[in-house]
Design a protein around this ligand. Structure first.
Ligand code: 3PY
Ligand code: MG
Length: 259
């Protein structure tokens, strides 16, 4: 795999390096940049449940890059048009929620990868500008290998189709959404991202990704959880979120004042 100037996420993951990404839903590029400047080597901008608009995403992608980190975007549910838009803005990775079938996986890959593995439309002008790629033919030649597609596994249907999803060409990894999966596995009775049922499926997701030669990843509520799941084979851990970091910081100061 040849690397592309300004793109490091895919190479790091393929080398087996564990990547921790910050997770930002607050629609403020400065917040995402701050998370990167504190040392996260990747920052995910969540436009499924976060408050981002398109202009904010474009600015935040540039801000995260400027801080030396890899920008990743979680797109809204089923919004494959957004996949190629944010790649054009300079994202290095895409997380797509609720990829339940091989057909979902193929639609996701098609939007993210140029032929032959997909049918992404050409237009990465901002991405090339930000990465300092003077000859855009380089982006065409090496873009597919340097863009990371992570299919979220968060339903029973996705679990039933896990091997077909993992082996879909153009899908680079599986990403566990433990909150939704816990709701699905309990038939809507509980929200428990570390439930016994989720823990069993976590190991199956790691095994399916490994078997297909893909990257296993998971959303983690804390660094402790990330440390624990890496021991079980996860290689890409989201740690979040910006709102959680802000609330924890404020609460800690107030607790101190009240003690
Ligand atoms: C989930 O846990 O369902 C997620 O989507 C993580 O953000
Ligand atoms: Mg989810």
């Amino acid at each position: 795999m040849s690397s592309l100037p300004g793109f490091s996420l895919a190479a790091r993951l393929r080398a087996g390096t564990v990547v921790h990404t910050g997770w930002c839903g607050l629609p403020a590029p400065l917040v995402a940049e701050t998370v990167a400047r504190e040392g996260f080597s990747a920052v995910t901008l969540d436009s499924q449940h976060g408050l981002w608009d398109l202009a904010g995403l474009a600015t935040a992608i540039a801000a995260v890059r400027q801080a030396g980190a890899s920008p990743i975007v979680r797109v809204p549910l089923g919004d494959f048009a957004m996949v190629s838009r944010v790649l054009d803005f300079g994202a290095e990775g895409i997380i797509a929620p609720m990829i339940n079938t091989a057909a979902d996986a193929r639609a996701f890959a098609a939007a993210a990868k140029f032929p032959p593995s997909g049918e992404r439309s050409w237009g990465p002008h901002r991405a090339c500008m930000l990465a300092g790629i003077a000859d855009q033919k380089n982006y065409l030649a090496h873009g597919n290998d340097n863009i990371v597609t992570l299919a979220m596994v968060e339903t029973r249907t996705a679990l039933a189709n896990i091997d077909a999803i993992a082996s879909t060409p153009g899908i680079d990894g599986l990403f566990l959404g433990p909150s939704d999966l816990s709701i699905a596995l309990s038939e809507g009775r509980t929200l428990d991202p570390e439930s016994r049922e989720v823990e069993v499926e976590l190991d199956r997701i790691v095994a399916a990704a490994q078997m297909a030669g893909k990257i296993p990843g998971a959303f983690c509520a804390s660094a402790d959880r990330a440390l624990a799941v890496v021991k079980r084979g996860m290689r890409f851990c989201a740690i979040g979120s910006d709102l959680g970091f802000l609330r924890a910081g404020a609460r800690a100061q107030l607790d101190r004042l009240r003690s």
